[in-house]
Ligand binder design. Structure first.
Ligand SMILES: [Zn+2]
Length: 265
């Protein structure tokens, strides 16, 4: 592919990711509240003024309006901008690394973005992210070999083993943790999410996510305690975002895993 075409698609991938993430912002806000994601159209939560299409361009509009509603000037959370940039960067990165396979990952990234931010806000992971992600990985594991003209059984086996290892390990941790601490150590959503990680990236992805997410989660937990000045073991942190972050690191930098394993050789 010529380099100018490649650059054009890379730029488009970033923009497309930001557009999708702009919709994911709506999903993140509305779905846990039981609202429709299509109706009513976007409006200012403060003054209800409808947001016109040119005020709803990803990233650009937020910067243009300086993060305020065009009508009542109520501040709009910078998180909207952050999620749009995140979507853009992830879609763009997937194109750079995986080329024509990138759209496969765009779907999984979108599910992880939605799951992570809903988990941050509400401490829950919706089934369409966790069970949906697992189903998506299984369907891909059959569909991709079929398209490539090879037997789908190996792909399906790999995805099933991945999902089972994710579910099994996390369920065990949840079970043992619940016994040791006499309270819920981990939500069922985290167990299902790890199943989705396994179905998408196999058992090595699960192993990586397990180690890296517990490390990142501890750092995140300490940071959250420091910011809120609430210390103690009853402090609850959402675990889903760290599982997703770890899986993203694994997808983009699988060599991190080699580096980690070399420490033990
Ligand atoms: Zn307003």
């Amino acid at each position: 592919m010529s380099s100018s075409l490649n650059n054009l698609i890379a730029a488009w991938s970033f923009y497309f990711g930001a557009v999708i993430a702009s919709f994911l912002n709506v999903v993140i806000w509305r779905v846990p509240r039981g609202e429709s994601v299509v109706r009513p159209p976007s409006h200012c939560p403060k003054c209800d003024a409808p947001i016109k299409w040119y005020q709803n361009l990803p990233i650009v509009s937020y910067l243009w309006l300086r993060g305020k509603c065009a009508k009542c000037h109520a501040p709009i959370s910078p998180r909207y901008l952050l999620v749009e940039i995140l979507g853009g960067v992830l879609f763009w990165g997937a194109w750079l690394k995986f080329g024509l396979d990138a759209p496969i990952l765009w779907v999984w990234f979108s599910l992880m973005i939605v799951g992570s931010f809903i988990d941050f806000d509400h401490h829950l992971l919706p089934d369409f992210v966790t069970i949906g992600g697992m189903a998506y990985g299984l369907v891909l594991s059959v569909a991709i070999p079929l398209i490539a003209g090879v037997s789908p059984w190996a792909g399906l086996g790999w995805s099933l083993v991945g999902a089972a290892s994710g579910l099994g390990i996390m369920w065990l941790i949840r079970f043992l943790g619940g016994r040791a601490f006499k309270r819920e150590a981990m939500g069922m959503g985290d167990v299902l999410l790890m199943g989705a990680v396994g179905s998408m990236t196999g058992w090595p992805g699960v192993l990586f996510a397990l180690v890296v997410s517990s490390f990142l989660g501890s750092l995140g937990g300490l940071a959250a305690m420091a910011v809120s000045r609430k210390w103690g073991r009853n402090f609850e942190i959402p675990y889903g975002p760290y599982i997703c972050l770890a899986n993203l690191i694994y997808i983009f930098f699988p060599e991190t895993m080699d580096w980690y394993l070399r420490l033990f050789r």
